[in-house]
Ligand binder design. Sequence first.
Ligand SMILES: O=P(O)(O)O[C@H]1O[C@H](CO)[C@@H](O)[C@H]1O
Ligand SMILES: O=c1cc[nH]c(=O)[nH]1
Length: 291
Amino acid sequence: MNHLAASELILNKDGSIYHLNLLPEQIADTVILVGDQDRVGKITQYFDTIEHVVQKREFHTQTGTYKGKRISVLSTGIGTDNIDIVLNELDALVNIDFETRQIKEKKTSLTIVRVGTSGSIQADIPVDSIVVSKLGVGFDTVLHFYQSEQVQLQDFNQALEEHLDIYARNSKPYVVPSDEALAEKFMSPGVYEGFTGSNVGFYAPQGRVLRLPLKDGNLRDKIATFEFKGKRITNLEMETSAIFGLSKLLGHKALSLNAIIANRATGEFTKDGVKAVDETIRYCLEKLTEA
Ligand SMILES: O=P(O)(O)O[C@H]1O[C@H](CO)[C@@H](O)[C@H]1O
Ligand SMILES: O=c1cc[nH]c(=O)[nH]1
């Protein structure tokens, strides 16, 4: 078997993986991903124990136990480009032998749950609610660089392409499901089922205008009015699509939860974002440890 060259699988002097700075033993099989590095401690404040705290750049990781379950919490920073780094390096930590630089025969499947913030694009999904994403749609390009057609929902892709009539020089949106069993476990009467759109920016890519005019002033409306097989796109953020896509390709189980802090249809913003995020965190921890 080929071994991975030093330029491809990059390890630091202490043997840790390049960006995340983690050693294989420092990561749990259940991983919570957050965008904001300061959200890591807001999750592990509820832990019984903390074994490891590691930070490099925006990638801050803490591993410990909650109700006896070993969990790692890791910040990705903003954007699907960072998700490319995080998912590949997380996978390398469990599925590549750092001594021999070879892919392990027996693979480990991680459980990966994003706890993020997001803007609803539907008037009836209010601020301060929790959206559990069963589907993700990427307006980014990350998945298009991988052989990934098999994990994309091609019928959704096609219907969406026709509906959006997107500018030809933009990338084509791709639709990927979350892990079905994980999504079922996390659904409950108090939360909203989501079809989450991830885009490459916060402003024009999500249809926000401050000073610069939009190439397509109707994009957000077109996204909000898309309906296919009884599903509509519920909210916009910047990571879920690539988390779902890369997890499916690598054999990991992924889900995304978002605290809705803005409602783009009504123009509202949450009055207490700290509380909205904390409720999402506590919901996630309870669901992860539920029998
Ligand atoms: O709160 P996080 O997890 O960072 O998520 C959302 O917030 C950031 C933008 O403000 C983007 O990362 C978006 O996806
Ligand atoms: O509207 C929003 C709110 C949070 N994060 C986003 O990416 N968009």
